[in-house]
Write a protein that binds this ligand. Structure first.
Ligand SMILES: [Mn+2]
Length: 347
């Protein structure tokens, strides 16, 4: 396990030696890895005697609101003035689990111009060169896993307490869909075993994240799978689309549709699964694939997005109907790739 350059570690330690007030920022619509890595780092820095703020651009789902330190997170959409103050006060800023500043949405320009040195820790491809210190590799399950390596390199294993371990484990678990993707490297399990030695209750963490849904969310899922799922076996693809009235009918809350996109992948022959969700002024799209079909390339080429090979996101400014038409019209071009991929998985 040596994915972080010694030079980067030295540079971070040099920065830390000069400051007292540290800000941790993560991306818009924070996921489990965003919150887990942010709070893991929060506890680490707090124990080291720093004053630490965690700011997220907007709300995140209830099933992520249980990690130790959660009540210390400031949501910029709810407290914009306070968020700006904390950004201004920061002497050093960590950016976790994203690598292009537009994922901060409204806060993008403020942070781009913030004078404090910037440290980026992330696992997505193609980082935007805005950080003074960059720790970035795609050869890792999650930011939380990479952060574990960084913290241990800096302060040794004993610096990881149970709170940190709980947050980092939650990040790794959610970013790998409970170890079903992005989790084929042995290092991930090494880190997990060390985290479990810290006394975390991994079953309880699973339960808090995955067995914590509302009845409305469950019924919305049932509706999507029963009524809204379209399977295109000739292309090895399937998709779900949801419009505003449908969301309202099921009292939609942020995060409710999380994970829906994974379900069609469990259908025999489906290698590529997509969900389209109508937002106020655009269609939000999530892509999942199995094997060697590059969902991120598809997302960036056609829907202004990106991400990982098997899990990516994008958006469309067209109407839902036009977006779905566009998507379906693209599939013939990818047919050979998708079906070849399927055959590989058959044997
Ligand atoms: Mn992540």
């Amino acid at each position: 396990m040596k994915r972080i350059k010694t030079q980067s570690i030295d540079e971070i330690q040099k920065q830390l030696a000069n400051v007292q007030q540290i800000l941790i920022m993560t991306h818009y619509n924070p996921d489990g890895d965003a919150i887990g890595s942010s709070l893991g780092l929060y506890h680490f820095l707090l124990a080291a005697g720093y004053r630490v703020d965690v700011v997220v651009p907007n709300d995140y789902p209830v099933f992520l609101q249980w990690m130790p330190g959660n009540d210390k997170i400031l949501m910029a959409n709810k407290s914009p003035q306070e968020a700006l103050e904390r950004i201004e006060q920061a002497e050093l800023i960590f950016f976790l689990d994203f690598n292009v500043l537009d994922r901060l949405q409204e806060l993008e320009d403020t942070l781009r111009e913030a004078p404090a040195p910037k440290i980026l820790i992330d696992h997505h491809p193609n980082p935007e060169p805005f950080a003074d210190i960059l720790i970035s590799t795609t050869q890792v399950s999650s930011t939380s896993e990479l952060l574990y390596e960084l913290l241990v390199s800096m302060e040794g294993e004993q610096a990881i307490d149970r709170n940190i371990a709980e947050c980092l484990y939650a990040g790794i678990m959610t970013d790998t869909g409970s170890f079903s993707y992005n989790s084929s490297l042995p290092d991930t399990y090494y880190v997990v075993s060390r985290l479990i030695e810290k006394g975390i209750d991994k079953d309880r963490i699973y339960w808090r994240v995955y067995d914590n849904y509302s009845v409305d969310r469950m019924r919305l899922l049932g509706y999507c799978l029963n009524i809204k799922l379209k399977v295109l076996p000739e292309y090895g693809a399937a998709y779900i689309s949801i419009d505003r009235t449908e969301l309202e009918r099921f009292n939609y809350r942020p995060g409710d549709s999380e994970g829906f996109v994974n379900y069609p992948l469990s259908i025999h022959g489906v290698m590529f699964s997509v969900i389209f969700i109508q937002q106020e002024d655009y269609v939000k799209i999530s892509f999942r694939s199995k094997g060697d079909f590059y969902a991120n390339r598809f997302a960036s080429k056609h829907f202004g997005g990106g991400g990982h090979k098997n899990a990516a996101g994008g958006y469309s400014d067209l109407s839902m109907e036009e977006t779905l038409e566009k998507f379906e019209s693209l599939l013939p071009e990818y047919k050979t790739q998708l079906l070849k991929n399927h055959l590989y998985h058959e044997d």
